[in-house]
Ligand binder design. Structure first.
Ligand code: 6PG
Length: 251
């Protein structure tokens, strides 16, 4: 794995408690980034786990977090239009962006309604223009699939081997994508260039994958989340008790 950084694992009894802690820390990280560099760029994760976090951040309003200096990006997107029920952008728009009234100019979604390669190329160009090469995020949020995938880096998918591009159209075959799909995703080198990487993992269906990723032998082809090892940034896992059930010492 890329970095020597040991990961911090923070365990919570419920997804709600996990999400509250994540909202607290995210606020701190955003304030620190804005104080240091005048801006904060975050790659949001998709799926269902982060929704509670997004809604908590929205409930807390703009008083404690300088959202006017935050740029929102995504770690990956499904090949659907932005108003589709499965769109990662749509979930964030409804749970976070609209409730907080965030500036559309600072919301950089993946144009996943386009042909996947076109979507990947245009997103990569926007990322490099804004964040350099490799694009350096302040914060990358990630989830974990029950098969060990993260972002749209799925087991045995071509994107796992791509060390030269920052965004790719990744053909995926998995029951988790209803058979076959081509998803747009950040590659591991971009995730590992970030200053702060945070996994949010909840649910019993993640327990086996989480134990393999954190405690199993290195096997990133089958457990792509093992590719996440920030070169210089810090990595933390926020997990709930049900996802932690198969970790050693889980009693
Ligand atoms: C996506 C996500 C994906 C997600 C995991 C966990 O587009 O689905 O980026 O990597 O984080 O699949 O999803 P849940 O939070 O829904 O379990």
């Amino acid at each position: 794995m890329a970095g020597a950084m040991t990961a911090t694992v923070r365990r919570f009894d419920t997804l709600d408690a996990l999400s509250r802690a994540a909202a607290d820390e995210l606020g701190e990280l955003i304030r620190a980034a804005v104080a240091a560099r005048g801006t904060c760029s975050i790659a949001l994760s998709g799926g269902s786990t982060p929704e509670r976090l997004f809604r908590l951040l929205a409930q807390r309003g703009r008083r404690d977090v300088p959202w006017e200096h935050v740029d929102l990006w995504w770690g990956d997107e499904r090949p659907v239009p932005p108003d589709h029920a499965e769109s990662n952008y749509r979930m964030a728009r409804e749970a976070l962006i609209e409730p907080l009234g965030l500036d559309a100019a600072r919301v950089h979604r993946i144009a996943a309604e386009l042909e996947p390669e076109t979507a990947a190329r245009s997103y990569e160009t926007a990322l490099v223009t804004a964040l350099g090469s490799p694009p350096t995020f302040d914060i990358v949020l990630l989830g974990l699939g029950p098969d060990g995938h993260t972002a749209s880096l799925f087991p045995d998918s071509p994107a796992l081997d791509d060390t030269t591009r920052w965004v790719v159209a990744n053909p995926v075959t998995s029951p988790l994508v209803h058979g076959a799909s081509t998803r747009t995703t950040l590659t591991a080198p971009v995730i590992n260039a970030a200053r702060h990487v945070r996994f949010l993992v909840a649910g019993a269906d993640k327990a086996t994958a989480l134990a393999q990723v954190l405690e199993g032998s290195p096997d990133p082809r089958h457990y792509p989340a093992q590719l996440v090892a920030p070169r210089a940034g810090d990595l933390a896992w926020l997990i709930d008790d049900t996802a932690a059930a198969k970790l050693r010492g889980a009693a």
